[in-house]
Design a binder for this molecule. Structure first.
Ligand code: ATP
Length: 602
């Protein structure tokens, strides 16, 4: 039996029957869980729709009553029946209007409640999932889940479902009323259902394909746009604007054309509906006219029959649209349910071990690791880092340095073996203690919208302004922060508050300093600093690292000077291990690297 779990089936359009059933069931379960808290409100809404439809359907029957009973009585001098039917008509009209208002509110509340719940679930889930998920599931796809997919579901909830329910009830009510009031006209309407059925079938089969094409085309437009804007720097640097423009123009053209094809369908379907409706009304009028003359029916009944046959077709177009919004909402729900089904590959421990004050001793015990099965990045890896040791990790590109750092931070778990902090397997450490004990600073330090102070305080949310400032001073960030338009209160993502890459780095250093972890990992973190500020940071680092375990991944060999121990990595293995002095004085790889670097400085 094949299994489609999580997002694996998302890109496939060749799901077999069992897989499709499985995916559909998954969305049904999700839908059920979204709707079940709203059960009572849904029942109430349905009841209101039934009553309001009944009020609307009663209208023509009242008119018939007014004409056939009221008018003759009025001619005979009795105004009562006309007055009564008029009052009843007005009351029904007002009541119907109020009910429609109530119903609109009720169904909007249901739709908003479902969307609120779903939005939060998607957000919470995408935050909860491990880095591994985000490294393979692109941000463009996540954005689509949270925007266009939720939009399709909103569209269905806002108008699709309500149009279908009220439309079906309305048509059913109208047809029943017509049959009751005048069976002959009912039979004529039944005859009209045959061409109506063929027309609608034709529309649905065509529109299904064409609507799917518009969805694919609009997804392509979004992806191209997001991709271009995310890489806008590369676009500018390589002047790829004209090429992008051409590709985008093609996508937009496809989008426009597929929409035009859908509109063309409506261009046939809508007039088709009107035509069938009008011909039906004409036949009811013709046949009914003769029957009035024969005395078979009264004129009021004929009028009501005409109104019913005319109104019967009103909800048809919107109901035909339902199928489309249902299709796209179902596709959206399938994708969202896939994301919600994903489990973090780095799960929180069921019985976490607490570690209030970590010392910072790290150990890799026969660790094997690969990102995907079949490609080992770290083969059987052993490493012992005593608490308080400052390690410089060097090695060529792709050697596995960042991978090592990711394992220490527990962004990933080893395939085999264990990584321990103070003798405790990282997998069983309480996530809070783990995050407090181990902090990783990477080169692309991210700043969130908000002030500089808030960004630094991320490392310690309850920090006072004094602590924030002293952390900034410690890493040499204080001076430039003071010069920003609003100092520590400058919004870093607003115009004027923009900071340089090196300054961003310093802010993230201050953030890490404030967090005061037992283990600090700096992954190429000094790369964007100029030499004086790097030196300043190195001085700050030296004092700060005195009581801390640190792993510094650096291409710049100047950083190595502050390390107690240098590890040289190649192809996932440590090929040299010693103090900087030992390695520089030796004859190994590091010695030659260092000699070359020193020569380059002269
Ligand atoms: N998310 C990932 N999925 C699959 N493979 C990955 C992933 N990240 C890294 N790799 C692979 O793992 C190997 C080691 O990468 P890693 O980033 O650890 O190297 P590195 O020593 O830090 O390199 P650099 O100095 O260039 O940053 C590389 O061959 C890379 O292709």
């Amino acid at each position: 039996m094949s299994v489609v779990t999580g997002v694996t089936g998302e890109e496939r359009d060749d799901l077999n029957r069992a897989e499709s059933t499985q995916v559909r069931r998954r969305s049904q379960v999700l839908l059920g869980s979204l709707l079940s808290p709203l059960k009572r409100r849904i029942v109430l809404t349905f009841a209101v729709v039934v009553v309001s439809t009944a009020a609307q359907v009663a209208g023509p029957a009242l008119i018939a009553l007014g004409i056939d009973r009221g008018v003759p009585a009025l001619i005979a001098g009795d105004a009562m029946p006309v007055a009564l039917t008029t009052i009843a008509y007005i009351v029904l009209g007002i009541g119907g209007a109020l009910l429609i208002g109530w119903y609109t509110l009720l169904q909007a509340k249901i739709s908003q409640a479902v969307l609120f719940d779903l939005r939060r679930r998607v957000f919470r889930q995408t935050q909860r999932l491990s880095l591994e998920f985000h490294e393979s599931y692109t941000s463009g796809r996540i954005i689509s889940r949270q925007t266009s997919d939720l939009d399709s579901i909103r569209e269905l909830l806002d108008s699709g479902v309500s149009n279908l329910v009220s439309g079906v009830l309305y048509m059913l009510g109208t047809a029943i009323a017509l049959v009751v009031i005048d069976p002959m006209s009912g039979a004529i309407l039944a005859g009209a259902l045959v061409p109506l059925w063929f027309l609608t079938r034709w529309f649905q089969t065509r529109s299904q394909i064409r609507f799917r094409r518009t969805r694919v085309a609009s997804a392509r437009v979004i992806v191209k746009f997001v991709e271009t804007m995310t890489g806008i720097r590369a676009v500018k640097a390589f002047r790829t604007e004209p090429a992008n423009d051409r590709v985008f123009a093609k996508d937009v053209e496809e989008h426009r054309d597929s929409n035009a094809r859908v509109i063309r369908l409506f261009g046939i379907y809508d007039p088709g509906l009107v035509l069938i409706g009008n011909v039906t009304v004409a036949i009811v009028l013709l046949v009914g006219g003769y029957r009035v003359v024969d005395g078979g029916i009264q004129i009021g009944v004929l009028l009501a029959a005409l109104l019913y046959s005319r109104r019967f077709f009103d909800p048809m177009e919107e109901m035909a649209m339902f199928y489309n919004s249902y299709q796209s909402a179902a596709a959206a729900l399938e994708k969202i349910s896939g994301v919600l089904e994903e489990e973090p590959t780095v799960p929180d421990p069921a019985h976490p071990v607490e570690l209030r004050a970590a010392r910072g001793a790290l150990r890799f015990d026969e660790v094997t690791f690969g990102y995907s099965a079949g490609r080992v990045i770290l083969p059987s890896f052993d490493l012992d880092i005593p608490a308080g040791q400052v390690i410089a990790l060097v090695g060529s590109t792709g050697a596995g340095k960042t991978t090592l750092a990711k394992l220490i931070s527990r962004f990933y778990d080893p395939t085999i073996g264990t990584v321990t902090l103070d003798g405790i397997d990282l997998r069983s450490l309480h996530p809070k203690d783990l995050r407090r004990a181990i902090v990783m600073v990477t080169q692309e330090s991210y700043l969130f919208s908000g002030s500089v102070a808030e960004n630094i305080a991320l490392g310690k949310p309850d920090a006072t302004r004094e602590q924030i400032v002293s952390a900034a001073r410690a890493v040499g960030a204080h001076e430039f922060i003071e010069l920003l338009p609003n100092g520590y209160d400058t919004d870093v993502n607003k115009r004027g508050g923009r900071v340089s890459a090196g300054q961003r780095q310093l802010i993230s250093f201050a953030r890490a300093f404030l967090a005061d972890p037992a283990v600090l990992i700096l992954d190429e973190a000094t790369a964007s600093l100029d030499i004086p500020s790097e030196r300043a940071v190195q001085e700050a680092l030296q004092t700060l690292l005195s009581d801390r375990t640190a792993i510094i991944i650096a291409h710049r060999l100047s950083t190595v000077a502050i390390a107690d121990r240098v590890l040289v990595m190649e192809h996932g293995r440590i090929v040299e291990d010693g103090t900087p002095a030992d390695l520089i004085g030796g004859t190994g790889r590091f010695a030659s690297l260092h000699a070359a670097w020193r020569d380059s400085l002269v």
